[in-house]
Design a protein around this ligand. Structure first.
Ligand SMILES: Cc1ncc(COP(=O)(O)O)c(C=O)c1O
Length: 398
């Protein structure tokens, strides 16, 4: 008799991360000996700066290898609070901060602590792959607001107002955005904030790309927009993108005290503290010289300009201005319905799969970000890799 452990209803409907799935496929092709240009994952290609790695090593040597307070070490909370004060003028006490195993885990904590069954969370699309799935796992209902390329993929205050129902608990805002790189201006954020206040809802502001900003764009932290927003907003941030520390797994939230207290308790039951060594490394990242951030930003800027130029030159492709983060989200609609070999490319998934198998360039289909007809390609890769990848993309679409 064969037996099978049944899968819980809770996770049966869970969509696996498309980004990680594409990156796994790229690795599979790579292992067969082919050169693959991987633009699928959202992580800096730089290694973690040396002084941060050294702080991790020093933490181990000093014996900081044991459990810490579940919600994170006080020194790191203090440093994070001081940095948001210095950078954006926001006042947070350490009891408003919870340090977690990456910003993704922070987002999990937020939804599991604040969302009741059938509470609605408004998510503008295109959106980062994990938001809607985590909302669903927490029992909430993601309400997707579709934005348009012609509006630079930004949700208007009217669209927000229309999406709000008596069940709406929260709005999720990610600026600069993964996957589009688009940023809301201060004025646009003010208009959104006015709807938030008028309709009495809450906001989860994902500010993980706050230090990766290009050109004349200025990052504005959402709670600074209007008086009283700090009580309505939970901010998420972390070290993954700014300091090339994706593998260290350190993220955090700023929230009202009652939410922080409960998130800390939730974390104490689910995961305990984030890695002690990583917390000390993050402390060095935040309190040490920020020259490494400037250096990486300069490299990203150069790559963004290069990618924008290449996309504009390729027949039929277009993308909005990438104000921040490190992604291009380009329109492939002109190429849908075309044939390559025996297959017809009808959607973004087929486009990405054929691009990977025929030309060994890994990207992610727009459909997994809630926006069909587009493809996301990270530019967190060297100019040389980007040149080869875009040569192949140009070849593929022609
Ligand atoms: C918008 C956004 N938020 C959160 C995260 C999660 O980052 P972390 O590595 O800290 O979990 C990512 C990572 O891709 C992201 O793009």
């Amino acid at each position: 008799m064969s037996v099978e452990i049944s899968i819980s209803k809770l996770v049966q409907g869970l969509e696996p991360s498309a980004t990680l799935a594409m990156s796994a496929k790229a690795k599979e092709i790579k292992s067969s000996g082919k050169t693959v240009y991987d633009l699928s994952v959202g992580e800096p290609d730089f290694i973690t700066p040396q002084h941060i790695c050294d702080a991790g090593t020093a933490a181990m040597k000093a014996g900081y290898t044991k459990y810490t307070i579940a919600s994170g070490i006080p020194e790191l909370k203090k440093a994070i609070a001081e940095k948001y004060k210095a950078d954006y003028g926001l006042d947070y006490n350490t009891n408003q901060i919870v340090i977690s195993n990456g910003a993704k885990h922070s987002i999990h904590n937020v939804f599991f602590t604040t969302i009741d069954p059938n509470d609605e969370v408004i998510i503008p699309a295109p959106y980062w792959v994990s938001y809607a799935e985590i909302v669903k796992l927490s029992g909430g209902i993601p309400v997707i607001v579709q934005t348009k390329e012609s509006d630079n993929f930004k949700m208007s205050p009217a669209q927000l107002e229309q999406a709000i129902t008596p069940k709406t608990k929260m709005l999720l805002l990610c600026s600069p955005s993964n996957p589009t790189g688009v940023m809301y201006s201060r004025l646009e954020l003010e208009q959104i904030a006015d709807v938030v206040i008028k309709k009495n809802i809450f906001v989860l502001a994902d500010e993980i790309y706050d230090k990766l900003i290009y050109g004349d764009n200025k990052f504005v932290s959402f709670p600074t927009i209007r008086d009283g927003l700090q009580e309505r907003t939970i901010v998420v941030n972390g070290v993954s993108k700014t300091y090339a520390m994706t593998g260290w797994r350190v993220g955090w939230t700023f929230s009202p005290v009652n939410v922080a207290k409960k998130m800390g308790e939730l974390q104490s039951q689910e995961t305990s503290n984030p890695c002690s060594i990583s917390q000390y490394a993050a402390l060095a990242a935040i309190t040490g010289s920020q020259d490494c951030v400037t250096e990486m930003l300069n490299a990203f800027k150069q790559r963004r300009d290069y990618v924008a130029k290449r996309i504009a030159e390729i027949d039929g492709l277009s993308c909005p201005e990438m104000g921040g983060a490190f992604y291009a989200f380009f329109n492939i609609k002109k190429h849908l319905g075309k044939k390559i070999g025996n297959s017809t490319i009808n959607n973004s998934e087929q486009f990405c799969l054929e691009l990977l198998t025929q030309k060994q360039v890994a990207t992610v289909m727009g459909s997994s970000f809630g926006c069909e007809g587009y493809v996301r390609a990270s530019f967190a890769a060297s100019i040389d890799v980007l040149k080869n990848a875009y040569d192949r993309i140009a070849d593929f679409v022609s």
